[in-house]
Design a binder for this molecule. Structure first.
Ligand SMILES: NC(=O)c1ccc[n+]([C@@H]2O[C@H](COP(=O)([O-])OP(=O)(O)OC[C@H]3O[C@@H](n4cnc5c(N)ncnc54)[C@H](OP(=O)(O)O)[C@@H]3O)[C@@H](O)[C@H]2O)c1
Length: 319
């Protein structure tokens, strides 16, 4: 059989980049079409050098142009990046355009949708400001309700906290010296509140296994995480050779830090904080029975935190 074309949105980023890397290792099975707004940027050129077909596509241009970018696709890996515009309405519009375009592709056999759960439903109406979850969940509902033929071949993946966040946002996820020089991780969770975590570099492995499983995961929602861990446990496992401490701070203090240190708007800081409070109040909601558990999928080996810190040269020994 001729290699099947898989179109990857977000190919220059963490999730999509992992999918591209995994599929490029099987050139006899897959042809990868990597979408980017900037085909000339180094990350895109490096994908081309490794064998991907790089195509310009912008999720803001609407379904007609996206349908051209999707033409001939056997499968599509689809994501939206909330944090680019920090706007729920923009993310919903992008997600709907993707779905409208994908629904028009006659060759399409599998649609893999990168999502987050509905915070309102999961929290019984308690948390209403987690826009970057809500907008993705509204797109999921749109596909299910308005595009039944596409939904019939859709697998939804719920993404967790990335282990890689400690590399991309070290000030938020790694300890920093306090006034006494003690390396302190300040977070709003109780020390025993766990969140689902994964090495985002393992996304490609999951997606390949889903594609290989044919119809098995159609219409299913997969909770993608390897370990449920607390930030305090993660800190201890780093194995710093100097004193460290975990400090639980209030949601208000956490929000203020997001604004002053990380430059988030007040609205984004609330959005970010409320998503974490869901785990504090409702536990590991990703473990619920309604979701397929990625760590139980046969043949899928996911890195745990110990693997991740070893591979990324943690613990960082400070003297
Ligand atoms: N960090 C976490 O712990 C976490 C957890 C769960 C879910 N998420 C979700 O993950 C998503 C981000 O995915 P990621 O981590 O892979 O992001 P990333 O590494 O920052 O990459 C973002 C990708 O999106 C593409 N992109 C952005 N806007 C685009 C547009 N208008 N048109 C076409 N492509 C566009 C970029 O492509 P070009 O720049 O090349 O065009 C880039 O490849 C967010 O929606 C976030 O809510 C994150």
């Amino acid at each position: 059989m001729a290699p099947r074309t898989v179109v990857v949105i977000g190919a220059t980023g963490l999730q999509g980049g992992s999918v591209v890397s995994e599929l490029l290792q099987r050139p006899g099975t897959y042809k990868v079409r990597a979408l980017t707004r900037e085909p000339t940027k180094p990350a895109a050129q490096s994908l081309a050098a490794r064998g991907a077909e790089v195509r310009r596509a912008d999720l803001d241009v609407g379904a007609d142009a996206l349908a051209t970018a999707f033409s001939g696709a056997h499968a599509i890996y689809a994501l939206t990046d909330f944090w680019q515009k920090q706007s729920a309405s923009a993310e919903i519009a992008q997600g709907k355009s993707i779905a409208d375009a994908a629904a028009r592709i006659p060759t399409l056999k599998h649609f893999v949708w990168s999502a987050l759960p509905d915070p309102e439903k999961l929290s019984g109406g308690r948390f209403l400001k987690v826009n970057h979850w809500k907008s993705k969940s509204l797109v999921t509902e749109y596909i299910q309700r308005e595009k039944p033929d596409l939904w019939a071949k859709t697998t939804t993946i719920l993404f967790p906290n990335y282990f890689e966040n400690c590399i991309t946002s070290p000030e938020r996820y790694l300890p920093v010296p306090d006034a006494n020089g003690i390396y302190t991780l300040s977070f709003l969770h109780s020390p025993d509140t766990v969140m689902p975590n994964v090495a985002i570099a393992d996304t490609g492995k999951l997606v390949r296994i889903i594609l290989e499983a044919g119809s098995e995961y159609f219409t299913k929602t997969i909770a993608f995480y390897s370990q449920a861990l607390s930030e305090a446990e993660k800190l201890n496992a780093l194995g710093y050779n100097i004193p460290t401490q975990y400090r639980k701070i209030s949601a208000d203090e956490f929000q203020q830090i997001l604004e002053s240190r990380d430059g988030m708007s007040a609205e984004m800081a609330v959005d970010f904080t409320e998503q974490l409070l869901i785990f504090e109040e409702f536990g590991n909601i990703y473990a619920r029975e309604e979701f397929v558990q990625a760590k139980e999928i046969p043949g899928l080996t996911l890195r745990n935190w110990a693997d991740f810190i070893r591979e990324n040269k943690f613990p960082v020994k400070r003297t």
